[in-house]
Design a protein around this ligand. Sequence first.
Ligand SMILES: [Zn+2]
Length: 282
Amino acid sequence: MKVVDPKSLQEAVILFADPANCLAYLVPRRWENGVVVCPTCGSTKVTFQEHRLRWQCSTHHPKRQFSVKVGTIFEDSPLGLDKWLPAVWLLTNCKNGVSSWELHRAIDVTQKTAWFMLHRIRMAHQGKNGGKLSGEIEADETFVGGKARNMHANVKARKITGTGGKDKAIVMGILKRGCEVRTKVISNRKRKAVQDEVREHVEAGSEVFTDALKSYEGMTEFQHQVIDHAEKYVDGKVHTNGMENFWSLLKRGLSGTYVSVERSICFDISMNRCFATTIGKT
Ligand SMILES: [Zn+2]
């Protein structure tokens, strides 16, 4: 069963009132391809216990039974996902921020509880940009912006003054495989701009996978490996498919509006997407 993102708070409240929907929503977002992994030992040999909505790991070790909350920001909270998920929805969809009083009224928890929830969701959001990423990293950039053919003529005349990426925002993405994506609007795709981003977010010594864009050349402090898309898209673990998938998700979220994406909005949306794909990790 595939559960799509709710379009309104009302929809979110109704959808997530059913624990089965919460699971169907979270599992594919938390675990790659929806393959459930034991949070204690990393095994994928787990059995789903339907009546308890939990899994049991086939390996004998402590905490072999786990729910979808284990290992997430929701883990040690007695609040149900029926409260958490609408709260996450609200926070990631309200550009102007959410107060604890608003959340209190919206999902029917006390204002004190709402304050705690907001705090924790924001921490999960911000904590991401704290440390540097390490391990297997993909770096890639993309152009985001309005499609000229969908614009009104007068808008087109104003917005489109060149071809290709000229009037689009360039978004840089850095992904730690299986974990999180960080995105940022950058001013150009030259060497300094892209490499500054990589250096800011990635620990030296990490494996960094990129396409053959020249701007990535010379990152000697990383184990930098290049996949040349003119030849092939995947060479063992050398690929940028994680980023490509992220961009297509992001762009699907943006299509349907002809509005040329203002730089700041683009950033917001990619952050929301980023958040949606990483709520499983703390
Ligand atoms: Zn296990």
